[in-house]
Design a protein around this ligand. Structure first.
Ligand SMILES: NC(=O)c1ccc[n+]([C@@H]2O[C@H](COP(=O)([O-])OP(=O)(O)OC[C@H]3O[C@@H](n4cnc5c(N)ncnc54)[C@H](O)[C@@H]3O)[C@@H](O)[C@H]2O)c1
Length: 364
């Protein structure tokens, strides 16, 4: 018996989580996992109901669940309210309260979608990289922060980029261990590689990052460690992305690079993610946002959220067979030529969010 909390959120969140919920329910029945599903409010939906983006009852439900599946938060409706209670704050608060410091963002190119990438198919076909982003530190949480008025009357915005040694150590360990697991899953003798991304030539905080990652690497002699400046990493990701295996980086750089990596795969609507604590409990969510431009129109791609369910089953519930069943159902639906608008290409059949979800269910 496991408990999974669903947090649909805003924009397309309710549509994609509804499709994913049915998939999760279906595999729970099929594989006799006995998963109990509950729902809660977060983001703008929670602000409308309770005045805050993360109500106490949502946090309590999250603490007592084994895993959480989240849609997305935010939208223009809440853009003008005070920064400290904006929808995105709810997300930062829940990640922080649950101690979810490791964000796993795979960029895996499904063969059927090689043409959907803006890069040449030969550059991306077979791409399988994993960005490990530190999630609870760095400039998104650093103090002091704010907007102040200088003596000359001009306003100045400021944030602080900070990383303690212990924060760098624990995320580096996650990256090295994942690299070893991935290499093993590919077969005997496959190399395990970690590329640590920083800006050590300019920022002292990332000079320390590089030093600490190098120290941690001594405990993992079987992993090949390289370092790369973030500007070069951004360039290399579009020049030759298949050179990377695991990339580990801080919160801000990871936020940007993982969206860039997302586009290598053709659509941000295809990419799942996981944010884990030290015990593999975590929040699973698509990499994309709440897409207010297409919300409520049955145009959203639910596959990133459905693939997030597969990750949830694999990492938090240890239900590998159910995870694999979902992944092959998704692959099979793509083989049939079904595409949502974001991944549509000539000769394929365009379907909406609901129909795509039903097609995956039918394959299961
Ligand atoms: N984790 C999160 O909840 C999260 C992440 C990023 C942005 N946001 C919030 O989402 C809102 C919109 O942000 P944005 O426009 O920068 O990013 P976005 O990811 O929501 O949308 C970017 C573009 O991708 C498209 N898109 C995204 N997901 C899609 C899907 N599943 N299927 C088809 N198309 C999809 C959108 O239509 C849009 O054109 C903002 O309020 C932002 O703060 C939330």
């Amino acid at each position: 018996m496991s408990r999974v909390l669903l947090l649909p959120g805003d924009g397309i969140g309710p549509e994609i989580v509804s499709a994913a919920r049915q998939v999760l329910q279906k595999v729970s029945d099929q594989f006799e996992l006995g998963i109990e599903l509950t729902e809660g409010l977060i983001g703008g939906a929670a602000i409308d109901a309770h005045g805050v983006p993360l109500p106490d009852e949502t946090l309590e439900a999250a603490r007592t669940s084994d895993a959480i599946l989240l849609g997305a938060v935010g939208g223009p409706k809440w853009d003008q309210i005070e920064r400290s209670i904006r929808p995105e704050r709810g997300l930062l608060q829940i990640r922080s309260a649950l101690g979810l410091f490791a964000n796993l963002r795979p960029a895996l190119l499904m063969e059927q979608l090689a043409d959907a990438s803006s890069l040449k198919p030969e550059l991306v076909a077979g791409l399988d990289l994993l960005i490990v982003r530190e999630l609870t530190g760095g400039i998104y949480f650093g103090e002091p922060r704010g907007i102040r008025t200088l003596d000359n009357g001009e306003r100045q915005g400021y944030n602080t980029q900070v990383y303690a040694e212990s924060e760098i150590k624990r995320i580096a360990k996650v990256a090295f261990e994942l690299a070893i697991t991935r290499a093993k899953s590919w077969g005997e003798g496959m190399p395990a590689k970690v590329c640590s991304v920083d800006k050590a030539n300019v920022l002292e905080v990332t000079e320390l990052w590089r030093e600490v990652v190098t120290e941690v690497a001594k405990d993992y002699p079987e992993v090949e460690l390289t370092h790369m400046y973030v500007d070069n990493a951004a360039m290399q990701l579009v020049r030759a992305p298949k050179q990377f295996d695991v990339m580990v980086t801080g919160n801000l750089f990871g936020d940007i690079l993982s969206d860039e990596a997302a586009m290598l795969t053709g659509s941000i609507g295809m990419l799942p993610s996981a944010s884990l604590d030290a015990n593999n409990k975590g929040i699973y969510e698509p990499c994309h946002g709440s897409a207010p431009d297409i919300a409520g129109q049955d145009l959203a791609n639910p596959l990133a959220t459905i693939m997030s369910v597969a990750m949830l089953l694999r990492y938090s519930l240890k239900a590998e067979a159910a995870a694999k069943a979902i992944e092959s159902a998704v692959s099979s639906v793509l083989d049939d030529g079904l595409r949502t608008r974001d991944i549509m290409s000539p000769g394929m059949t365009e379907v909406g969010c609901q129909q795509m979800g039903e097609a995956v269910l039918a394959k299961l």
